[in-house]
Design a protein around this ligand. Structure first.
Ligand code: PDD
Length: 287
């Protein structure tokens, strides 16, 4: 069975799905997106993703295309039609289609909404988590509003390609002060030499990861000492563990940074436990 997409009010075969050539997402990256992990056909961290979607839209003054309730129904119906149980749901909302002009089109222009669903091989993901992954570092070169989840991801795509060509899974951005900001599509964490779990604070120019936020709760409930405080690449290399979080990666141990081992060079106990606890909680709270 081919994949089914939701496009502006209709469910269509993905192979036949089209959006207009003057869609502002296409011409100006004038669009936001969200990605939910799917467990047993249900959306993980629903509240966090909807809240961030509403915030991203409001920062760009794009109206919510429909109520949260209606949008939830659309997402779930797209999942159902694709018969995917373990996977990812992608939602993109652009400012809509209008004759090309940098300034916004008239207020009557409806936002364009696209939803797609993809399958994830959980066994392969678990194997990857058990082995740990490599990251590379790259200079931070993105705009100053990385807190908005826009589709303007060219720097992220270039960084990810750099990682792939180096045999790594993720690229960590490093700012002018030598501090890690986040990954090209994930947030960055370490367990520092003192055993403190650290991830960058959201005053910095990073995406407020929904997985990051849930994991902060999970870690505190598990009795870990957590600090939202930046770290340098050297601190990450001296850490006992490192890992990344995101809807796609969940909690994924990092065992090499720029070719040098982190800790023992294998996934550590804290990241392994947090991965389990996060998945448990995500499954229990999915809708
Ligand atoms: N990326 N930082 C960046 C730059 C991201 O693109 C993402 C997510 C995250 C983690 O956010 P969350 O925990 O809410 O998924 C952090 C998605 C998965 C993507 O682009 O596919």
């Amino acid at each position: 069975m081919g994949r089914i997409a939701y496009v502006n009010g209709r469910f269509v075969r993905q192979a036949d799905a089209v959006v207009g050539i003057e869609d502002r997402g296409y011409q100006f990256a004038d669009a936001v997106y969200e990605v939910w992990a799917l467990f047993d056909g249900k959306l993980a961290d629903p509240e966090g993703h909807f809240a961030r979607l509403e915030r991203s839209l409001s920062e760009l003054r794009i109206p919510m295309p429909m109520s949260r309730t209606a949008l939830t129904l659309v997402l779930k119906e797209t999942v159902r039609r694709n018969r995917v149980s373990e996977g990812l749901v992608y939602l993109q909302v652009s400012r809509g289609e209008a004759p090309r002009d940098h300034a916004f089109p008239g207020p009557g222009t409806p936002p364009a909404v696209v939803v797609t669903v993809s399958r994830v091989d959980r066994a392969a993901s678990e194997a990857r988590a058990a082995a740990g992954v490599a990251v590379v570092t790259t200079p931070e070169n993105r705009w100053a509003r990385c807190d908005i989840k826009t589709v303007g991801l060219l720097p992220n795509a270039l960084a990810k390609q750099q990682a792939r060509e180096a045999g790594a899974v993720e690229a960590w951005y490093v700012d002018d002060l030598g501090l890690v900001t986040e990954g090209a599509s994930s947030n960055a964490w370490i367990v520092d030499a003192e055993g403190v779990l650290r991830t960058r604070d959201t005053q910095a120019n990073i995406l407020r990861g929904v997985t990051r936020l849930s994991l902060l709760d999970v870690a505190r409930e598990a009795g870990l000492t957590v600090e939202e405080r930046p770290f340098t690449v050297d601190e990450a290399l001296a850490a006992s563990e490192a890992f990344i979080t995101g809807a796609g990666t969940l909690v994924l141990p990092v065992v090499r940074i720029d070719g040098r081992s982190v800790g023992s060079g294998a996934p550590g106990p804290v990241a392994r436990r947090l991965r389990q606890l996060y998945i448990q909680r995500a499954k229990a709270t999915a809708v």
